[in-house]
Design a protein around this ligand. Sequence first.
Ligand code: ADP
Ligand code: MG
Length: 330
Amino acid sequence: GTPVAVLAGIGAAARRGVVIKGGEALEALGAVDVLFLDKTGTLTSGRPEITDVVLIEGGGRTSERKRASDAGRPDDAAEAGGTAPASEAKAIEDILSLAASAERYSEHPLAQAVVEAARRRGLSPAEPETFEALPGRGVRARVQGRLVAVGSPKWIMEEVAAHSVDLPPELEHLLGAGKTPLAVAVDGRLRAVLAAQDRLRPEVLEALSELQAFGIEEIVMLTGDHVAAARALADRLWAAGLKIEVRAGLLPADKQRTVKAYQDRGRRVAFVGDGVNDAPALAQADVGIAMGEAGTAIAAESAHVVLLRDDFRLIAEAFRLVRRTVRVIK
Ligand code: ADP
Ligand code: MG
């Protein structure tokens, strides 16, 4: 049978919002020495906003940059830069509408940002005729007879938009600011790059230093996002004196392979994630930890530990409780 101390530990954790699925998971948590963290929705709030829309039209480009403080004002499209002619504002709306239609049925935080950006402008995106999500890449949908794809620039450039096109110079600036670039293709042509801005969860710095103090030797960020966005976030953690390694541009299978490679070297691995893209790594890890309310059901199902509140501090709480319980058993 399960030792009483383990049952008591699981009960105490549950009362604090940490569901540990059994004694094995609890004991595995006690042995963890490497912690892998997903970025979007785990280290960040998972509520990104679209801050920029850069149109790419027949080689020429127009761009609109919104100041964060204006976000939400219906007239900001016309105001931004003060130079965008009405036809360009219309083109931006058309692209946002198509992108929002394509994203409508995705549960990804970036999808919600796109849908929200369209809603804020009072647009009413059409119902998509078909929809397909490709975890770690983006979405594909048929909207009013057109094939719309929204996703990572790498995926769009390599697999969707077969024509060669220069990425807009504005992209450098957006990447430098740590924003996540999203490419939008319509009928196989790159039409726009959107930039999404997310926020580091405020509780992360303290929780990570506590985890390091618990003897977790290595903390590694694993993300499907662009390396520049990943580094900009890591900069904040490094500046606070935390040791964290960054691996970016990973597909769901790459995250899983990374976890497995560490296990093959005898490491005990915990992986924290929230999305469908994290499911393979969550299942592979010695302890998969699914994050918060915003997390997907698939993540929760693949995980060994589920955090019931959308609060990064619960990760440290889980380790704290488990170490206490394991001490009692030994
Ligand atoms: P993370 O590992 O940071 O949680 P994901 O693996 O979910 O990120 O996504 C990796 C990249 O794939 C994103 O940065 C984005 O470029 C693209 N992507 C994934 N899903 C979507 C989506 N629904 N809409 C747009 N882009 C997406
Ligand atoms: Mg995520």
